[in-house]
Design a protein around this ligand. Sequence first.
Ligand code: 0CM
Ligand code: SF4
Length: 316
Amino acid sequence: MPQPLTLYLAAPRGFCAGVDRAIKIVEMALEKWGAPVFVRHEIVHNKYVVDGLRAKGAVFVEELDDCPDDRPVIFSAHGVPKAVPAEAARRQMIYVDATCPLVSKVHIEAARHHDNGLQMVMIGHAGHPETLGTMGQLPEGEVLLVETVEDVATLTPRDPARLAFITQTTLSVDDTAGIVEALKARFPAIVGPHKEDICYATTNRQEAVKAMAPKIDALLVIGAPNSSNSKRLVEVGARGGAPYAMLVQRAADIDWRAIEGVSAVGITAGASAPETLVDEVIGAFADRYDITVEMVETAVENVEFKVPRVLREPVA
Ligand code: 0CM
Ligand code: SF4
């Protein structure tokens, strides 16, 4: 007889509106222009999604220099420095920007503060494409990056009285609150958004994990190792009290020995992880245990973003 096991399924989990739109953009571009369509950086941070689009004719590259002039190129959901579309335009390329509108909103905020003569502080992860894209909206030196509360103490702004802050959209809500507090304590005149720029999807997925953490022996987050929002879900689960919290790309990654003896497991998925991988993980548990599935729902999402007009129009 298989052991009984309760699977707590987080809701919301998985695809957000920005990821949904970005994937649709690649699919519609392939339909409109045929293969190959080039994509600068992984359209979203998920190998399964990227492999699926590659099979349909998308070619993933890291730099615009790796694309020919005469094929369309799509910019990933994470956003790009201003120099990238400028260079694509100079080369007279067809390009479609799949930057999530919630990332573009931060780009616009940064530009507005810059126009008002403020230097920016960005809270984000060094080297992440969204951070590079957002910092790349302004000239070199206009955006100072902080990753931790400790970084705030070593900032050397041009004028401490003329500062604004922005954030990456996929950060830990709790860690970011601490950094914002440190910024406000050191620079009382700093201006910024009401709280931070973390998006609805990141916030909601973290909330659902917080709600399930006290009930579970183990948390599995379905997502990729380069997915910032997915990695934050593992941290939130561990801090919320889950004795074991692990990122898995799919069922084959589950370390069954490590979770031997558990009777309650939480499952969630990062914003770039497709539901089919969640189904696969649930199936793997059903093969080994007598499972009962319970939903832990903390929010209902109904956000949707339109694809750019160029993809809604027929080929000229
Ligand atoms: O920013 P992150 O690494 O979390 O990207 P992702 O592709 O995993 O998730 C969706 C997004 C964005 C922007
Ligand atoms: Fe947009 Fe948030 Fe999704 Fe990133 S995680 S694509 S910012 S909705």
